[in-house]
Write a protein that binds this ligand. Sequence first.
Ligand code: SF4
Length: 279
Amino acid sequence: MYKNDTVYYPQDEMTTVLLPVTSGCSYNKCIFCSMYKGDKYCEVPFWDIEMQLLNGYAYTEKVFLTGADPMSIGFDKMKRLLDMIHRYLPYCACVASYASIKSISDYSVEELSILHDAGLRLLYIGFETGRDDILKLMNKGHTVNEAIEQAKKLNQASLSFNSILMYGIAGRSQSVDNAVATAKMINQFITNKVITMNLTVFHGTELNNMVNRGDFIPPARNERLIEIRTLLENLQSKQPMIFDTTHPTNIIKIKGTLPQDKEKLVDEVTNRLSKSFKI
Ligand code: SF4
C-alpha cells in the first residue's frame, strides 16, 4: 500500500512538497532496478490526493509528484490532478514529476502542451544510454529512436525535462562507445539538465545474477571516469544545459553549465583520473 512505500525523489526536489500519485512501477522490468521490485503498481485515489491538498500549505510554490512514473495515469487524470493542485495551491508555479519514455509516448504534443499550461513544468526522465543493444540488455522498454522522438515532442510542447543517464551501464570496455552514443542521442534535442548516475549492481536484481554468472562485467572506476569525460566532450548543447554528477551514487561530483563550463568540467575529470594513474 502506498502509505508504507519508500518515497524516491530527485536530489533537486529535496525541499519540494511531495504529493503521492502512484505506487510501485507500472513497468518494473528494468534489470538493474531494485526500487519497486516487490511492490504492486497502483494509483493513489483522487479523494486521497484531494485530502492531502486540502491539508496542504496554501502558499506552496512547487510540488513534486511521487511514484516511479506518475505520467502513467494518462492525460485525463493528469489534467484533473493539475487542476486540483491549482485549485488548492493557487501559488504553485511548478509541478514536477518522474516520467518514462513509454508513458510520454501515450500523449500527443497537444496534450503535453495542455499539461504544461496547466502547471506541469518539469519532468525527470531515465534515458540511461544512447545504445539500443544496452537498452535491450537492461530491458529498459524503449529504443534510442523512441527516446529521441518523445524528447522532441516535449520540446515542441515547451515542457522542460531533465535527462537521467547511467554510466557504467554498458559494461567493461564499452564505456567510451556508450558515452559517444549517449551524447549523440542527447544532441538531438534540448534538455534542461543532464543528471548522471553511476551504475550500482543491487542485490536481488537480474543484473546482479548476470554479474555473479560472469555474463556482465561492470567497468572499473577509471573506465567510468573516462566515460564521464567522453560524454562531456561529445555533448553539443544548442542551449545552455546543466551537467550534474552530484547525485550520491557518483564517483566524482561536478556541476556546471554547458557549453561554457565544458573545459573546466573536463579538466576536473582529467585531474581526478591523473590522481588514479598516469594518462
Ligand atoms: S528504472 Fe524506472 S521504469 Fe525501470 S523498473 Fe525502475 S522505476 Fe520502473
